[in-house]
Ligand binder design. Structure first.
Ligand code: IPM
Ligand code: MG
Length: 355
């Protein structure tokens, strides 16, 4: 089959990790006889430098007409003085909105081989953990009206509609059906009206999923429970802002943010796939960045956008194999361990995808 992929390499370590992801994808193409067409487009800091705009219309159009999008990372202190609407991060928000990508899927799981990198005591972590954060991505305080009034007060309007909560709740329950059959909905219903609507709506949706256990948790408690007893969670369903924070926290429990992929989906098949780590300008160009988060994001793309389940699994197994064999980039190596460069890790994962 033929697939058209828009590629946004982005800033900082973005080009390096995307380069390794594409290497792996080309290996899959050869093995399974697929054709992936890549269309490189600009967004974020690189787009500001080239065109003055963080998200050129050309990029939006190219993304809209593709089958999926791979994104490295955007941002860096170089663009700190850009006005808010033209910061590199705005490109990300603009793409999510323009493509209607309301469901952000962020799996965080611990690999047995990386147990030592986990900052939580073994007696707490027990048999490890395997969580998916299902974060709403196009609503909440992120997209509410933002302004400063004449009295020197800044406003960010937090709002959620029944429609927005309903569609993300369905995604969480459907995800739980394929996994541990448990949804924890995280809100702040003791304080926020948006959260009370969130809770009621999630309750209503849950009636359609009798085989799934639903519980509700306040976000402050959830932040604590993630450290206290992470294995109690299966799917965490939450809003945009809480999901932003909790997904970073969940990622750190795995030991390295350099391992974690993400998918952003809308109503259809098109999705945007990106590592959850940022542009890490401090290590850009040093060959130190871990490409696994991007490579696993590409595995998610094969599964969710292209229904290529075997190919996706092939990549996940290759990653597992090299980790079990002791392959490490600097972020997941112990201080005495020898570590691989970004491209050596990409190569070794390609080699583990057997012909
Ligand atoms: C993320 C990032 C973005 C967000 C930023 C860069 C706008 O932190 O994808 O988690 O807050 O959504
Ligand atoms: Mg974030």
């Amino acid at each position: 089959m033929n697939y058209n992929i828009a590629v946004i390499k982005g800033d900082g370590v973005g080009p390096e990790v995307v380069g390794e992801g594409i290497k792996v994808l080309l290996k899959i193409a050869t093995k399974y006889g697929h054709k992936f067409n890549f269309n490189n487009v600009l967004a974020g800091g690189e787009a500001i430098d080239a065109t003055g705009e963080c998200l050129p219309q050309k990029t939006i159009d190219a993304c809209l007409s593709s089958d999926s999008i791979i994104l490295g990372a955007v941002g860096g202190s170089k663009w700190d003085n850009e006005p808010a609407h033209n910061r590199p991060e705005s490109a990300l928000l603009g793409l999510r909105e323009a493509l209607g990508l309301f469901a952000n899927i962020r799996p965080a799981k611990m690999y047995k081989a990386l147990e030592n990198a986990c900052p939580i005591k073994p007696e707490i972590i027990g048999n490890g953990f395997d969580i998916v954060v299902m974060r709403e991505l196009t609503g909440d305080v992120y997209f509410g009206k933002k302004y400063r009034d004449d009295n020197g007060v800044a406003h960010d309007d937090m709002n959620y509609s029944v429609k927005e909560v309903t569609r993300i709740a369905h995604r969480a329950f459907k995800m739980a059906e394929l996994r541990g059959k448990k949804v924890t909905s995280v809100d702040k219903a003791n304080v926020l009206e948006t959260s009370r609507l969130w809770r009621e709506t999630v309750e209503n949706v849950s009636k359609e999923y009798k085989n799934i256990t639903l519980n509700h948790m306040y976000v402050d408690n959830a932040a604590m429970q993630l450290i206290r007893n992470p294995s109690q969670f299966d799917v965490i369903l939450t809003g945009n802002l809480f999901g932003d924070i909790l997904s970073d926290e969940a990622s750190m429990i795995t030991g390295s943010i350099g391992m974690l992929p993400s998918a952003s989906m809308g109503e259809g098949k098109i999705g945007m796939y990106e590592p959850i780590h940022g542009s890490a300008p401090d290590i850009a160009g040093t060959g130190k960045v871990n490409p696994i988060a991007t490579i696993l994001s590409i595995a998610m793309m094969l599964k969710y956008s292209f229904d290529l389940t075997a190919e996706s699994l092939d990549i996940e197994n290759a990653v597992l194999t090299v980790l079990n064999d002791g392959a490490r980039t600097s972020d997941i190596a112990s201080s005495s361990e020898k570590y691989l460069t970004t491209s050596e890790m990409g190569d070794i994962i390609c080699d583990a995808i057997l012909n």
